[in-house]
Structures are given as C-alpha cells and as structure tokens.
Write a protein that binds this ligand. Sequence first.
Ligand SMILES: Nc1ncnc2c1ncn2[C@@H]1O[C@H](COP(=O)(O)OP(=O)(O)OP(=O)(O)O)[C@@H](O)[C@H]1O
Length: 383
Amino acid sequence: MPDRAASGGARAGACIRVLAPGEPGRQLHRAEGGETVTDQAVHVAPAETAEPARNGPHTPLLSVRNLVQEYVTRGPGGIKTGVVHAVSDVSFDLMPGETLGIVGETGSGKSTLARAVIQVETPKSGTVRFQGRDLVGMSKREITKVRADMQMVYQDPFGSLNPRWRVADVIAEPLLGHTSMTREQRAERVDELLDLVGLRPETYRHRRPLELSGGQAQRVAIARAVAPGPSLIICDEATSSLDVLIRAQVLNLFEKLREEFNLAYMFIAHDLATVKRVSDRVAVMHLGQLAESGPVEQIYAAPRHPYTRALLDSVPVLDTMTGVVKRPVALPGEPPSPLNPPSGCRFRTRCPRAEDLCAQEEPVRTRVSDRHTVACHFPLTPA
Ligand SMILES: Nc1ncnc2c1ncn2[C@@H]1O[C@H](COP(=O)(O)OP(=O)(O)OP(=O)(O)O)[C@@H](O)[C@H]1O
C-alpha cells in the first residue's frame, strides 16, 4: 500500500545533507542511480560466512562473529546464583542495503544481540566488525562516533524522545556535534528530515512528543535516527506497538529510506508476517543461538530447522486461494531456562525429531544451500 503521507514530502533525486557528528561535510546521498553509500572502508568477510547481497557489493557492512553475552544473576548479599546464557556464539553478516529479520520467541536473545551489536552493552566475547572496524573494546568516544552510522529505533518511541524537548530539538540533537553547521542550517535540515518522514514541518516542528500519536512519534524517532546519516538502523520491535495502518505506513517509510539511502536494517520482531514483508534474509534465534538463517523465501517456504517450522506453524495463516485460515499449532512446551540450557541441541527437549545424538552433541551450523544455514542434526527435508 503506498504511503502517501510518507512519500509526499520527499523530493525524488534530491540530496538530503545529513551529517555525522565529527564528520563535517559528509553527505548521505540517495542511492538512486547507484549513488554513494558511505565514505568508510569495508572489509572482506571470511569466505565461509560471506553471503552475497541481492544487488550490492560482496563486502559486509556488519560482520558479527562468535558473539557471546551472559548475565550473572545474584541472590541476597550479592551472591552469584547463576549465569543467563542470553546470546551464545552468534555469527552473521549484513550487507549494505540489506535487511536481516531476526525472529524467535520471547527471551531468545534478540534484544541482547542488538544491544551487543550497537555496543550499548559490551559482549562477553566475540567480534562486531562494522565498516571494517571491530567495535568491541573501542573507547566510549569512538563508539559515540560510530553510533552516527549505526542507529537504533525502539518499540516505544516515547521512551526514546525527551518529553520536554520540541520535535525540532529532538531531531537536531544528533547534528549538534557539527560545529560547522549554523543554527539556520540545522533548522533547515530538521525540516528536510520531517518532510522525509512524512510530517509537515510547519505543523510538527514545535510540538512536544506527548502531543504526538504513536505513529507520529515513531516517525520523529526515525527522523532522529536518520539525521546523522547512518548506514545501518537496528529496529527492535519498532513497529510492534503501532496499529495496522500506521505500521504499514512506517514499514513503507523504512523501505523508502532503504531505497533512497541504501540503508541496511537489522529488523527484530515477533510478528513473522512483518519480518517476511521487510526482510531479505531471516535469522531464527532459539535460546541465544542461531537455529537457522537464510533468504526469506526459503525460510518461510521450506524451513529446515524443526524450531523454525514450529514458529511458523504457531501463527494463523490465511490461504488466499481458498480463503481458509490455517489454524495455528502452539509451540510444544515452554522454552528451557537460559540459566540452564539443555545439553547438546537446546531445542531437543521440545523437538519431535530429537534422538539420542541431540542430547550428546551440539549441532554445528551447516550450509544446506548457498546462503541457507541450519544448526540441526536431523534437519527437515525440503518438500
Ligand atoms: N540485564 C539482564 N540481566 C539478566 N538477564 C537478562 C538481562 N537482559 C536480558 N536478560 C535475559 O536474557 C535472555 C534474553 O533476553 P532478550 O531480552 O534478549 O530476549 P528477546 O528475544 O529480545 O525477548 P523479547 O522478544 O521478549 O524482547 C532472557 O532470558 C532475559 O531474561
């Protein structure tokens, strides 16, 4: 569905000058005509994990390797009671302009992965190479600079917008590092950004966040995220709290930004239909691990991991040919505790295909086709 509100303001082919803090003069060009993407170097990923983008260069924008994040739980007196294995040995690549959907049940580690990637939290181990540089262990100052290129949009826009500030100040804040920009230039930039996300500058620039609807506030959060000219936006349930119509508009907006600026997204969501709609590739997380990853059409049409199959079966699907709604099948049992994951395969206690081997050995991620990997001793055979 075309998003008139969102598309109305953008001037096709124009060049919105959105600058990263500390990078005077840097410009983010619309990608139209195969134009500029970023001004940073990118590195070549190891051959075993590099996955070609649909139309892009063969060098990842983001390369995550063996990422581990754990939380120590403590009881009375600060005594250690356990370790939550929130993210365990996760590796993936993300190409410029690509959207990687990340799905999984609640508690499977999606948000922890996002926080570790953007370095809101330092991971226990592993590497996060972004534009060729490992972010893990960087100083706070360096990370702040990198964040201009890697932005996050959260589920609750009101939580990330200062309620006392006017919309114009909220969006202008990431631009304040540009001492070379005058106040007038910043104001002009804010109006361009409001225009870009489909909000009339004259109507919205002076409002405060609490005077906005949820959809409008999310657009402001997106304008703020886009302001410094990022090449990656991490969306953590960014459309989950929006009603269906507004969600469609915001998804269209993400798509428009991607087309115009060659933006890449990590798109975390529970809603499998939304992930299917926006993603090029999908990574399926189960209890902190990647159970399966691959091109969206393969994951949805022919999943190879029994967990992915069960996730897909757990949502009602309308057969558009017959008009019949396929009844959902609940995922078997409760997810095991990340405090004490099962030995071997972490899904085995709920898996209909589990055999002795599954308790003894952890399955390694295996490539089942060109860009499709699965971590299962007994993967499903494609129909
Ligand atoms: N700061 C923390 N301290 C202790 N445990 C944590 C912390 N943050 C997350 N966890 C635990 O880590 C696991 C992964 O949580 P996470 O929020 O990443 O999952 P999720 O897939 O994003 O879930 P949801 O879809 O509900 O947001 C959960 O068991 C959670 O309780």
